[in-house]
Design a protein around this ligand. Structure first.
Ligand code: GAL
Length: 418
């Protein structure tokens, strides 16, 4: 009730303010966590489009992969009554902020620019709270990728694996040849990212959906989940002993530099290869994670707007949202970020083969049921539930305190956390 009352007052005051003031150039403050080499180049494009409309860019970057640190800082800012203009908030978390009454409204700019016609329904739905646009998508990332160094594979006499069983054969050869088979970092979200690709490959997309999206208890605590945990333990055998606390982009660098053979990571990793001047198909290989060629775990980055405090602020939000959905931004941002445009019908001729495969698979899997939300990247279930499940996966992955069977049982229990 308290929240609703606050929202109502703010809404009325906002309307009075907005009606009585002529909009001027605005300061646009955007919270994000795009700080790696490729990400920073993409974020710089965001700054450019803000400034192109005569507004001022205020960078609010909070380092930390997958945005855990950023979300903590954001909560503190909103609670203190000082939200930024917009923030990189994704998936069901947008609904949580909507329910708090904190978000602004982008319906007018969405209508004027035909967002309903330009966005796939699966994307548009995530951007709306109670039927109103509150966020604008910048991209579509695919999470179930494997990034491989072909030289390392060649030197080890190994073949890029298409199944998890083939992965074991290849990883053994690579290890024997003196390379690190799997480049991995040391944060729980990275463990969770590998886990979801293993579940997808071992169980298939229908199982993934039942277990990790619908949270069906019988699927979570099932022989297939036990098998997935067994494979996850096997993957752990192939990472190096220095992975603790390593950032994801440093793990990508190990594949780029030929220290390691492969990394299981979403296509923001491609941004690192691009920044290093590497070409797909030649210097590196992008392939679906083993056993997941018929599936696509999606992760849509988006900027949600907070309730504006003035007509200037509202103008800044609308300018930002309109430009983000524009063709030039969707192209240049995604060329740098490694993702594909969220906007449909774009000319992809400047994009590389990995992006083209991603776009093709995004459309194809939407028809077969293989298009599923990434749980590790906040697209599938509420934040508290994902967090509890991630804790189980990380505990399992980084020690021997749980057997695969116990981990499956614990995962099913964690899925009840709301
Ligand atoms: C993802 C996010 C990407 C990228 C990555 C690493 O969750 O969607 O944009 O930033 O984390 O931080």
């Amino acid at each position: 009730m308290a929240i609703k009352l606050k929202t109502l007052c703010a809404g009325v005051m906002g309307a009075v303010l907005l009606g009585s003031m002529a909009a001027q150039a605005a300061e646009v403050e955007v919270l994000h966590y795009w700080t790696s080499g490729g990400e920073a180049k993409a974020a710089a494009e965001l700054k450019k489009i803000v400034e192109a409309k005569g507004n001022t860019w205020k960078d609010f970057a909070v380092a930390g992969g997958a945005g855990e640190n950023a979300m903590t800082v954001l909560k503190a800012r909103v609670v203190s009554g000082n939200p930024p203009t917009a923030a990189q908030i994704k998936g069901p978390t947008i609904q949580e902020w909507g329910a708090e009454g904190s978000l602004g409204n982008l319906d007018a700019v969405a209508k004027a620019n035909n967002w309903d016609g330009l966005l796939p329904t699966v994307v548009a739905n995530v951007m709306k709270y109670q039927g109103h646009y509150v966020a604008v998508p910048v991209n579509v990332h695919r999470v179930n990728w494997m990034w491989a160094n072909p030289e390392v594979f060649k030197k080890a006499g190994a073949t890029v694996p298409k199944t998890w069983d083939e992965f074991v054969v290849a990883a053994d050869k690579i290890q024997k040849a003196g390379f690190i088979p799997v480049a991995h970092g040391g944060q729980p979200w990275q463990d969770f990212t590998v886990f979801e690709s293993v579940v997808l490959g071992v169980g298939g997309h229908a199982f993934y959906k039942k277990a990790l999206v619908d949270l069906d208890p019988a699927s979570l605590n099932s022989p297939t989940m036990v098998k997935s945990f067994e494979m996850l333990r096997t993957v752990h055998k192939y990472i190096d002993k220095d992975s603790a606390n390593r950032d994801w982009n440093l793990a990508t660098a190990m594949v780029i530099n030929g220290k390691a053979a492969m990394q299981f990571m979403g296509d923001w990793a491609k941004g690192e290869f691009t920044v290093a001047g590497k070409k797909p198909g030649k210097d590196y290989i992008c392939a679906p994670a083993p056993g997941t060629a018929d599936a696509f775990t999606f992760n849509i980055d988006s900027l949600a707007v907070f309730e504006p405090k003035s007509a200037d602020a509202k103008k800044g939000q609308d300018d930002l949202a309109a430009a983000v959905m524009g063709v030039p931004f969707q192209e240049v941002f995604n060329l740098n970020k490694g993702s594909i445009p969220a906007r449909q019908g774009m000319d992809l001729s400047k994009f590389d083969d990995c992006a083209k495969e991603s776009a093709k698979d995004f459309s194809a899997t939407a028809k077969t049921g293989g298009l599923v939300p990434s749980i590790a990247h906040g697209m599938a279930v509420p934040g508290a539930t994902a967090g509890a499940m991630q804790d189980v996966v990380t505990q399992f992955f980084n020690g021997n305190s749980l057997t695969p069977k116990q981990a499956a049982e614990k995962l099913a229990a964690a899925a009840k956390v709301k």
